[in-house]
Design a protein around this ligand. Sequence first.
Ligand code: MRU
Length: 356
Amino acid sequence: MATETVQPIRFVGQACGQLELLDQTLLPQQLTYITCADVETVWEAIKMLRVRGAPAIGISAAYGVVVGLQTATGKSDEEFWARFDEVTDYLAESRPTAVNLFWALNRMKEKALSLKAAGKSIAEVHADLLTEAIAIHNEDREMCHAIGKHGANLLHSGQGVLTHCNAGGLATSEYGTALSVFFTAQDQGKRLHVYVDETRPLLQGARLTAWELMQRQIPATLICDSMAAQVMKEGRVQAIVTGADRIAANGDSCNKIGTYALSVLAKYHGIPFYIAAPSSTFDLSIESGDEIPIEERKPEEITNGMGKRTAPEHVKVYNPAFDVAPAELIAGIITEHGVISPVNKENVAAMLSSGG
Ligand code: MRU
């Protein structure tokens, strides 16, 4: 099945319907959807990376609000609104770094408050919140395609490019951010060769990005993260494009652990390093990347990766899941409105406020 037809997230039915998530922990071996009949299942799916990638986390959380409210539709207004707060607070605790989660929950809150102020019934509020979640989902599709168009202009046929983690269709509504740039370039007839960092410790590059690129028959070569410097030194890479989980007002961009190292290596080798991300990934409430909360995950992801013990029992482990590429090392941030370059506070604000 071609990746363009794979939907990582789908909602079936009306507000009392079901959220279905493609379980990305089983890829590439199995294409299996899990049904989220309650908000706890949505929370667990986000926490355990069954659904992952900043935009996909936000979309899932928006639908998660609708699912979480299903137990409160027959209750009093007071109980319904208490449940609304409970569900949104709970989902906000699933993962800390990707700002799209909080962006989507805030948007659902704002919508809910406007419906409440308009005196809508509980049933109407629930139905309209599903409409809002669907709008978030559909808008993400449009943003991904627009990012692809802006980013593809930066690439030339015959180039080698490198990416990290998975910022493809699986991480978004369907087309991706960094991978959307490659997909669009391919649609324009440009021939690229993509080097894919395997992305330790959870291997999103090897399991997901390599799979997506192969589905689209884009030439791709998998490398270990520690090989990126050598591949650059050998002259195989002319541009690097990754996604982001949160971008501060000054353009500092947080993404999967290993991205910071790539930005430093790119500078040394004179290779442009780009971030591709929608406006929902910007957090203008923080000045710099220093304020971005970095998720720390379980030691077992390193000592027992993919179910096999690869380190001594009781060894001390540090497992930060993200790091920050400083704005000064980023050649451009590719958004749905255009490319921010040079990357600085003024240009970030101008691009986001003008919408282009
Ligand atoms: O821990 P993950 O797999 O959710 O991390 C995902 C990333 O770091 C992606 O690069 C980022 O969310 C951008 S997705 C378009």
